[in-house]
Design a protein around this ligand. Structure first.
Ligand code: CMC
Length: 427
């Protein structure tokens, strides 16, 4: 294998180093391209562009492999809990019991949110989309925690990390409760991290809260499956915003906004709305398959396709099984699930989907579980954000510790060339 790639242009040859990742992925290092050749590369959507070297998550879209810090997603989903996975992603190793217990205590110690934040929560109309609310609240945390804005040491970083891991679930729960007219709750320090999230969301003021182990297990698994996915849209947004050395909370707020879109994390809400729409329209899956394939129709089969998975999404396999189990265990018969199963079967056999390697992604089944757990549709993407939080944090921390330069892509200008100004009366 050659350790350089040669570019030939206008009779000149330029050599660029080829770097190899630990999983044998190859990349041409073009850092000196513009200095040497005067040219840049162009790659809309960054389909072929590596923005960084990272040791957090490995995925192979062709083989359907996803690993966090070397551990397979299948094994983590089965054997680990969400807090362990969060620690693994952020700090690189699975925690021992002492490390895990200290991590959890540090998070719990930071789980109070300034009471004045309630006024901000109260100011949002009930109709506000929870993703917009949670992005704003995360940004507002910066104002209430100024010491977390300019992090210069690993110790500062750690403090900011446990703060956001403590406060974010409270804000999620408050957003949910406000929308449902319930009094705001701080949860219970004696509960596990995920169990406490459930309690903060669902505790009714007039009854004792009892954890349903099926619900707890399903949510824990969902959060693990969503915890990181290397340089996706929201993570790249967090890294690029953080590269200007804005603080952690502000960087996360940009990631939450990026996640909201229906082509990214918003797909879980879009999938369920699509399935409900098909159901309300008589359940004719073939009609919607035809719409998805019609290039004159903007309709897309939500929950299908992925920028990197071109074989199958390993998370979708685990979630599909979990959805079957949760619905079975909770005794729920859901017509929406039946439509999802028919659509999946039809799409997997359809030449259009086969040719374009379009498979169900993580969001195709996650909404069905969230629905079974009693989480309203417009909270689905917030639940995704809750899961993705450790991934964003890990990527932000890595970017800062690696001393990455400010993110600043270039462009090829295609606009007007220089022209004289024309006064308004002469235009
Ligand atoms: N339904 C119908 N056709 C599709 C779909 C779909 N869901 N996805 C892709 N295609 C077609 C697309 O029209 C194009 O066809 P052609 O080559 O004839 O022009 C071809 O497949 C390639 O699509 P693309 O848009 O160029 O692929 P991409 O890598 O830019 O986009 C995607 C990936 C996930 C945005 C896209 O597949 C999509 O819009 N899927 C539906 C939304 C969705 O489920 N998003 C969740 C992604 S997983 C969770 C996450 O990352 O947050």
């Amino acid at each position: 294998m050659s350790d350089k790639a040669t570019l030939e242009y206008n009779g000149n040859k330029y050599d660029f180093p080829v770097i190899k990742g630990t999983e044998d992925e190859l990349a041409i290092d073009i850092k000196s391209l513009r200095t040497e050749t005067g040219m840049i590369t162009i790659d809309p959507g960054y389909k072929n562009t590596g923005s960084c070297e990272s040791a957090i998550t490995f995925l192979d879209g062709e083989k359907g492999i996803l690993r966090y810090r070397g551990y397979s997603i299948e094994e983590l989903a089965e054997k680990a809990d969400f807090l362990e996975v969060a620690y693994l992603l952020i700090f690189g190793e699975l925690p021992n019991e002492t490390q895990l217990s200290k991590f959890h205590s540090d998070i719990k110690a930071q789980s109070l949110v300034d009471e004045d934040m309630r006024k901000i929560v109260d100011a949002f109309p009930k109709s506000a989309h929870p993703m917009g609310v949670i992005a704003s609240l995360t940004s507002a945390l910066t104002a209430f925690n100024p010491s977390s804005v300019n992090v210069t040491s690993e110790e500062d970083m750690y403090k900011a990390i446990v703060k956001i891991l403590g406060k974010f679930p409270v804000l999620v729960a408050w957003t949910f409760r406000k929308k449902n007219g319930l009094p705001l709750d701080y949860g219970d320090k004696n509960l596990g991290y995920v169990e406490n999230i459930l309690k903060m969301m669902f505790k009714q003021p007039n009854e004792e809260y009892k954890t349903n182990p099926i619900v707890l297990n399903a949510l824990d698994k969902l959060l693990i499956l969503h915890a990181d996915h290397e340089q996706n849209c929201s993570t790249s947004t967090v890294r690029i915003a953080g590269s200007s050395h804005v603080g952690l909370f502000a960087s996360l707020s940009t990631g939450i906004s990026a996640l909201w879109g229906p082509l990214h994390g918003g797909a879980n809400q879009a999938v369920l709305e699509m399935l409900e729409g098909i159901n309300a329209d008589g359940g004719d899956s073939k009609k919607y398959m035809a719409k998805a394939k019609d290039k004159d129709d903007p309709f897309r089969l939500m929950g299908f396709g992925h920028r990197v998975y071109k074989n199958f999404d390993p998370r979708a396999k685990i979630i599909k099984k979990a959805a079957d189990e949760v619905l079975g265990d909770l005794g729920i018969k859901d017509p929406i699930l039946e439509i999802a199963q028919i659509l999946e079967k039809e799409a997997l056999l359809d030449q259009y989907f086969v040719d374009r390697k379009l498979y169900p992604n993580v969001d195709f089944y996650s909404g069905i579980i969230y629905r079974a757990l009693g989480i309203p549709t417009d909270m689905f993407t917030v639940m995704f954000a809750l899961g993705r939080l450790p991934g964003w944090i890990a990527q932000w921390r890595e970017m800062r510790l690696n001393g990455e330069p400010i993110g600043r892509p270039r462009q090829v200008y295609m606009g007007e060339t220089s022209r004289p100004f024309v006064p308004v009366e002469k235009r």
